[in-house]
Design a binder for this molecule. Structure first.
Ligand code: CU
Length: 485
């Protein structure tokens, strides 16, 4: 088990000054023993663009000799990584062998809502769902996960999630690392809590609804404290935060810099040098890390500084942690040693005056409970908790709008289905460079203005969702529905 610094207590959570000094003081080092599991890759073209997934329960070994009950797609936990090529049509069949309804949402894909697995496309236990995904968007890292009405958090927590690599040939053209699992490594980050018998612990109480399910253990591709043997040279990490609620504040133990090359929707115009990177639930970033010095290094996270204070945290959760160790292996030949100066020709945002503006206020529990601002209690958007039978917003297909999103007391990762947007401002200021590319999820603490092009059809029968990607918030009502016709 990962140990945590004992002094991260509810008293310091929320106090950024205390966190800044406390952030780097780790407890005893972790036993990085287990090799990083790499989910099997299915290149859709190698199977005639026909993909079959089976959602089922399984048993996965987080701990030696102590299997844990989990769920996965065609395996005990998580799913295969799927590579889809631009221009192809992928026929997907999902068989539900779970004992509850599920769906499969293609997070980040630009597909019509009828093809997507939102709450309106449930798959009953023992049945199958067929869909066709027409891939027509830039190369990027997306993912898939359940999105059933009211049951998303538990299903993702139990292990249902997988990565999608959209491929348009750019990696080859740009000379980026692209050998899956060798120098192009998927890192699906999640936070879990375990009972002493090794079973996954999920508390049902109001604290979980309020703050989302959190834990004291970070898992990477389903493994605790793994070690990745990487080539001596440049390596690409595809970071996906698949946690229910936890934000990671990533950096390397030797404070080395790395380059962010892509956000949710694809490549940035040019690499952005960083030493820290915050990634919230639902977000993806691709980074290039230079292991040419052949030195081992650990990817770490600071404590989640976006948890509200008020002493609500019980236990030592979402604290600073060491996540994964990288051990460069001189016998692995690295093909890539230089970072391209230019990655994409992303268009300027252009004129935004005259565009329709809408406001979305994310009402969180604390305000609702105190009855300070809204009539209804609990989690909602613009005062209305999610109703599967109510359309909240209607946009015109082909138009662009500016959405102004305002948080409540805590930070919420706001996600919109079926779009890739651009962030115009965060709290009135231009976003940092690595957040200026295409996004489908933005962490909002305060306010954000986003420019959203609606290119995918969503009907009344199959509306798209917009919601907080803290999965317990989504399940409890911080979600709305929009139609694009
Ligand atoms: Cu939220």
């Amino acid at each position: 088990m990962l140990t945590r610094r004992a002094f991260i207590s509810s008293a310091v959570i929320g106090s950024s000054n205390a966190l800044l000094t406390a952030k780097w003081a780790f407890g005893k080092s972790k036993p990085f023993e287990r090799s990083l599991p790499i989910p099997p890759l299915i290149d859709a073209r190698s199977v005639a663009n026909k993909i079959g997934l089976i959602a089922a329960e399984g048993r996965h070994k987080f701990f030696p000799n102590q299997p844990t009950a989990t769920s996965g797609y065609s395996g005990a936990i998580l799913g295969p990584t799927l590579r889809f090529h631009k221009g192809d049509e992928i026929a997907v069949t999902v068989e539900n062998k779970l004992e509850r309804h599920t769906t499969v949402h293609w997070h980040g894909l630009l597909i019509p809502s009828i093809s997507d697995g939102g709450p309106h496309n449930p798959i009953a236990p023992g049945t199958s769902w067929r869909t066709t995904l027409k891939i027509d968007q830039p190369e990027s890292t997306a993912w898939f996960h359940p999105h059933p009405h009211g049951d998303t958090a538990r299903q993702v927590y139990s292990g249902l999630a997988g990565m999608v690599l959209l491929d348009d040939g750019s990696s080859e053209r740009l000379g980026l690392p692209r050998t899956y699992g060798v120098d192009d490594i998927p890192l699906l980050l999640q936070e879990r809590q375990f009972n002493s018998n090794g079973s996954l612990r999920y508390d049902d109480g109001p604290q979980t609804t309020m703050l989302g399910a959190r834990g004291d253990t970070v898992i990477v591709n389903g493994a605790i404290a793994p070690v990745a043997r990487v080539p001596v040279g440049l390596v690409r990490l595809r970071l996906l935060n698949g946690s229910n609620a936890r934000n990671y504040d990533l950096s390397f133990s030797d404070t080395r810099a790395f380059h962010v090359i892509a956000s949710d929707g694809g490549y940035l115009p040019s690499p952005v040098r960083r030493t820290r990177l915050i990634i919230s639930p639902g977000e993806r970033f691709e980074v290039l890390v230079d292991f040419s010095d052949a030195r081992s290094v650990i990817l770490e996270t600071g404590a989640d500084q976006f948890i509200p204070m008020m002493g609500m945290m019980s236990g030592d959760v979402s604290g600073a942690a060491q996540i994964i160790k990288f051990e460069p292996d001189p016998t692995k030949v690295s093909k890539v040693h230089s970072i391209p100066a230019k990655l994409s020709t992303m268009s300027d945002i252009g004129r935004v005056d005259g565009l329709r503006r809408r406001q979305f206020v994310l009402n969180d529990h604390m305000m609702g409970m105190m009855g300070m601002r809204f009539r209804n209690r609990g989690l909602a958007i613009n005062g209305s908790p999610y109703d599967i039978n109510r359309i909240d917003t209607t946009v015109s297909l082909g138009s662009s709008e500016i959405w102004e999103v305002e948080s409540g007391m805590m930070a919420h990762p706001f996600h919109i289905h079926g779009v890739q947007f651009r962030i115009l401002s965060i709290d009135g200021r231009r976003p940092p460079m690595h957040l200026q590319g295409y996004k489908d999820t933005v962490l909002v603490l305060g306010s954000a203005e986003i420019l959203v092009p609606f290119t995918q059809r969503a009907t009344r029968e199959h509306p798209f969702m917009y919601h907080c990607h803290i999965l317990e918030h989504e399940d409890a009502g911080m979600m709305g529905q929009y139609v694009a016709t």
